[in-house]
Design a protein around this ligand. Structure first.
Ligand code: SF4
Length: 528
């Protein structure tokens, strides 16, 4: 019987893109906080106490200053436990600042932090944050449920192996994760705990296909597997979810998707798994079942190329996928095998792309530049591969040493990270390639080269789709000179009166005349 009420407040700090080299690649972030919703749903189902839960997400809440909003929420809600999400490294300063606000208002409540910050840099966290009582190591559902249920939360923090405390750190205790082995134990997510209308309903990763009622679409995130057996050098996913893949059954996934369609009128299904294709039988069953659901499906984390074949490609398309995001990372076998330990050969890429394209899917790729020991030849191989295979769009990133990844250790040992706090706040680090500023420029030029100057859809004369890509760019970045230039080219071929073409060409010339950086890029590609 539930007879005691606990009040639990979750705070999600803004996901700050920082000001280092990586910042160019991060868009504004207003994604539904799936991790917090999963915790809240799990706690509500399994706690023996009645739990009132409130979620304060600063990525969509900007009506008051941070301190005032936290103060107002705390005074009205009166929580006895506060959990701050530290999902990304870049939230580090906010976690510390918000911790202070919380404890200044109520010093006696239990204040805990979760996510990558709590898991991968807890020593740094405790040394810079005198306010927190505990940090959750890796997955949070079970540790949080136990904390909320505990008569004395502070004793629970000291006694449970997944909770890190100041005392445990000083006695050298190493934390261990508590994973949910059977993901079917997680109840269907209660998305109504957040105001869904505040979150972005547009497709991610520059999908050029125009959808009706894009702004009113209901786009909901799902996670159907956790864990990844691979160990890519730049990735920190294993530190949070482990290397053993755990599954939600196909039946449960299908039933949850059906329920989300009925209950929330979901029209866009976003599956955020790291290895969604790893169990082919399971994923085929899910894709087959949902193919009648009339959904737009997204896998924004990227699909593993080695699991894609004709059979999967057909089903992905039928299920509602429009854009296949492929996690390729490099066009050099040396980089893939010897430097980043990625389970992929470049020879596997074209057959996968051919199977997907044959079934009408657009092909987007994720690529990373700037790994230690990567050569200019390796980088050129990647650029050539993007052009030769004809990726419709490429997301080009700078190698970022995420805390918890092996790359972070390498960067630290080589002295590329001078100041860990500065690094956490702003992703400031010196790349092995050149200075962070130089690699930022290099990578941006690659983006301009493969996505604009040598855009695949323009090269094959598919101007309708090319128009979709460049319209997205100028809608999101109205001063994107190359977006205007390419739109002008596309409209020249599509229109007869050249009105739109002229308008965008004038925009292009106005931008390069007033912005030195754009002028520099335009000269580099002989556009002026
Ligand atoms: S990058 Fe992908 S394949 Fe590699 S370890 Fe991370 S999740 Fe696994």
């Amino acid at each position: 019987m539930r007879d005691y009420i606990r009040k639990l407040l979750f705070i999600v700090p803004p996901v700050s893109p920082g000001n280092g080299a990586i910042s160019r690649n991060l868009a504004s972030y207003n994604e539904i906080p799936f991790g917090v919703l999963s915790l809240a749903t799990y706690i509500n189902k399994y706690c023996s106490k009645t739990v009132n839960i409130n979620i304060l997400d600063f990525n969509v809440s900007n009506d008051l200053a941070f301190v005032d909003k936290i103060k107002k929420t705390m005074e009205q809600f009166k929580p006895d436990i506060v959990g701050i999400s530290g999902l990304f490294n870049s939230m580090f300063s906010y976690v510390n600042e918000f911790s202070r606000y919380v404890k200044e208002i109520n010093p006696s409540l239990a204040l805990v932090v979760g996510g990558a910050i709590a898991t991968n840099c807890y020593e740094l966290l405790f040394s810079h944050n005198p306010y927190i009582d505990g940090a959750c190591y890796a997955e949070g559902e079970i540790p949080m449920r136990l904390l909320v249920d505990a008569e004395n939360p502070f004793s629970l923090l000291e006694g449970h192996p997944s909770w890190i405390t100041r005392k445990k750190i000083s006695s050298g205790v190493t934390p261990s994760p508590t994973f949910i082995q059977d993901l079917d134990e997680i109840p269907p997510i209660n998305y109504a705990m957040v105001d869904l209308e505040k979150y972005d309903s547009r497709c991610r990763n520059n999908n050029p296909i125009k959808h009706e009622a894009e702004d009113t679409a209901v786009r909901l995130p799902f996670v159907t597997t956790r864990g990844c057996p691979f160990n890519c050098i730049f990735c920190a996913a294993n530190s949070l979810s482990g290397r053993k893949v755990r599954f939600m059954s196909a039946e449960r996934v299908i039933s949850d998707i059906k329920r989300a369609k009925e209950q929330y009128k979901m029209t866009k299904l976003v599956i955020n798994d790291d290895q969604v294709l790893i169990d082919k039988k399971r994923i085929k069953k899910i894709l087959d079942e949902i193919s009648d659901f009339n959904l737009i499906v997204e896998f924004p984390s990227g699909l593993n190329v080695k699991f894609i074949d004709e059979d999967i490609a057909v089903r992905l398309k039928r299920a509602g996928l429009e854009v296949a995001n492929l996690a390729v990372e490099s066009g050099s076998d040396h980089v893939l095998k010897k430097i980043i330990d990625k389970p992929l050969k470049t020879a596997d890429i074209k057959p996968a792309v051919d199977a997907l394209r044959k079934n009408g899917l657009l092909i987007h790729g994720f690529f990373i530049f700037g790994f230690p020991d990567e050569s200019e030849d390796d980088r050129i191989m990647t650029i050539d591969l993007i052009k030769e295979i004809g990726f419709d769009w490429s997301n080009i990133y700078v190698a970022a040493p995420l805390m918890g990844s092996r790359l972070y250790q390498i960067f630290l040992e080589n002295g590329y990270i001078k100041d860990e706090i500065n690094f956490l706040d702003a992703n400031i680090y010196q790349s092995s390639l050149r200075s962070s500023e130089d690699i930022g420029k290099y990578v941006y030029r690659v983006n301009l080269d493969v996505n604009f100057v040598n855009n695949y859809r323009m090269r094959v004369g598919d101007d309708q789709l090319a128009e979709g890509y460049f319209s997205n760019v100028v809608n999101n970045h109205p001063r994107h000179a190359f977006g205007h230039y390419c739109l002008s080219m596309v409209y020249q071929r599509l229109d007869h009166d050249n009105y739109r073409s002229g308008k965008h060409m004038r925009e292009f010339h106005e931008i390069v005349a007033t912005d030195d950086e754009w002028a520099d890029h335009a000269r580099y590609f002989n556009l002026i």
